[in-house]
Structures are given as structure tokens and as C-alpha cells.
Design a protein around this ligand. Structure first.
Ligand SMILES: [Zn+2]
Length: 255
């Protein structure tokens, strides 16, 4: 695949523009003073082709990683049928600034659950985080790519059900698992590995409730950028029963 090919994939120019916007945003005087925000700003500013910052909050590094992942996975998924599955653990609905959220623990918990139930398919996925405006809370989740076989899906449905058995939170519509066809792998894989928390807003149209994702703003955006920078690419990628290359290590920009 040539580097600028693939629908839904940003050009280097767009990545540079997005990065400039992130830097401008982190520089905003109107945001409350925060040491970690300036620390991240400096880190992103000191990203050079010879010494990339490797931060998921850097659009230029992120583009490189996304391209490597896409190039690697497109061959992997070309031979048989796969599905895209989203799994949400509602116990992890978080009201605060994510200070105490432990991604490793969240990942391990899920990993052990799918291992204990006996799934032996290979699974690749990505951690994702959305801010839900209507409940003012963060909702972590996983997007996974799994082989299209009934047994694996049923196992994952059980896992999703078990995880959420005791989660109690009034006023929250639960949708612990969503299974979708991988009908456009390049586009969907590109979406899946976007490393970008967003805000979910809901609205009612002709009596029906819909949701839409928009960009984060203000303090929530600072929280997301700082957190994703701390997590790092390798922790954000989920893998089960499969070895993947170290995409960060291979990050070596030339332009
Ligand atoms: Zn960078």
C-alpha cells in the first residue's frame, strides 16, 4: 500500500495541520494552569524526524503508527472473514479526571476474562475512551477484530454479560457488546486504531434518540491528550494469542 492511499486516511499535510492545532490548543491561556499540560506541549514540540516523540497525542507520530498497523493488518485480514466487536465495561464509567484509571489493570482484567472462558482465536484490538456529555462521564471500551465464528462471538457475549452483571448506574443505557461486519477492512481498521478520545453527544430526532461523536473541547481535551500520551501506543493496542511487531520501535520518519 502506498502511504497516501486508503480511504479515511489523513495526508501528511492534514496530520501537520492537526498537530499545529493541538499545540495551539495546549498553549491556550484560557485553560487552567497545569504543569502536565505544558510538559506535554514541550514534548510534542520537540518531535523531530530523527527523534520522534512517539506520543499518541502527536498527529505526526500517530499517522506513522497508524500506517504501519494498517499495512501490517491488511494482509493479515485479507484471507478470511472477520468481525469488529466493541465491548464496554460499565463498571469503569468514570466521573473524574481519569487520575486513578489504570489501563494495565483494565486490559489485564479483560485479557484474563477471555482467556478463562476459553477463547482460542487470535484477537487484535484497540483501547478507546469516549466522554459522554449526557452523563458527564468517561466510558473506556475495546474495539476488537475477531474471526467470524459463532463460538468466539458467543464467548464474547458471555464475557460482556458477566463483566456488566453488577454494574449499577441509573440513567445509563447499557450496550455492552456491539458486533459489526468487517465489510470495509481498511476503513474500519483505520477507524479502530484512531487513538483519539472523542465526545459522544445524544440528540432526539422525530422521537428517536441518536448519538454522534464530536471532538473534545476544553479541559476534557487536555485530560484525554495527557492520558493518551501516558498510555503510549503499545499499551493502547490490545492483542490476544498473536504476536505483533513493536510499532513504536519501528517508528522512523524521514520527512
Ligand atoms: Zn511526534
Amino acid at each position: 500500500m502506498k502511504k497516501n492511499q486508503g480511504s479515511n486516511f489523513e495526508s501528511i499535510l492534514t496530520a501537520k495541520e492537526n498537530k499545529a492545532n493541538t499545540l495551539k490548543f495546549l498553549h491556550k491561556k484560557s485553560l487552567p494552569y497545569s504543569k502536565i499540560r505544558y510538559k506535554l506541549l514541550n514534548k510534542l514540540k520537540s518531535c523531530y524526524p530523527t527523534e520522534p516523540c512517539c506520543s499518541p497525542s502527536c498527529h505526526i507520530c500517530k499517522r506513522e503508527i497508524r500506517l504501519s498497523i494498517l499495512t501490517y493488518l491488511k494482509d493479515y485480514f485479507s484471507n478470511s472473514n472477520y468481525l469488529m466487536v466493541t465491548i464496554i465495561d460499565y463498571n469503569y464509567l468514570i466521573d473524574d479526571d481519569l487520575k486513578y484509571f489504570n489501563l494495565k489493570k483494565y486490559q489485564n482484567n479483560f485479557y484474563h476474562r477471555i482467556r478463562n472462558i476459553g477463547i482460542n482465536s487470535q484477537i487484535i484490538g484497540c483501547f478507546e475512551l469516549d466522554y459522554h456529555q449526557d452523563i458527564n462521564a468517561w466510558l473506556p471500551h475495546f474495539h476488537l477484530i475477531i474471526p467470524d465464528n459463532t463460538e468466539t462471538i458467543e464467548y464474547l457475549r458471555t464475557v460482556a454479560r458477566n463483566i456488566n452483571k453488577h454494574s449499577i448506574r441509573n440513567g445509563v443505557r447499557k450496550r455492552p457488546i456491539l458486533v459489526q461486519k468487517l465489510s470495509n477492512p481498511i476503513k474500519q481498521i483505520s477507524y479502530l486504531f484512531k487513538f483519539m478520545p472523542q465526545m459522544v453527544i445524544s440528540y432526539v430526532y422525530k422521537g428517536k434518540r441518536y448519538t454522534r461523536k464530536i471532538s473534545l473541547k476544553g479541559e476534557q481535551k487536555v485530560i484525554a491528550l495527557v492520558k493518551f500520551d501516558r498510555f503510549g501506543f503499545n499499551n493502547l493496542i490490545f492483542k490476544y494469542g498473536i504476536r505483533l511487531p513493536n510499532f513504536t520501535k519501528n517508528l522512523n520518519r524521514k520527512s
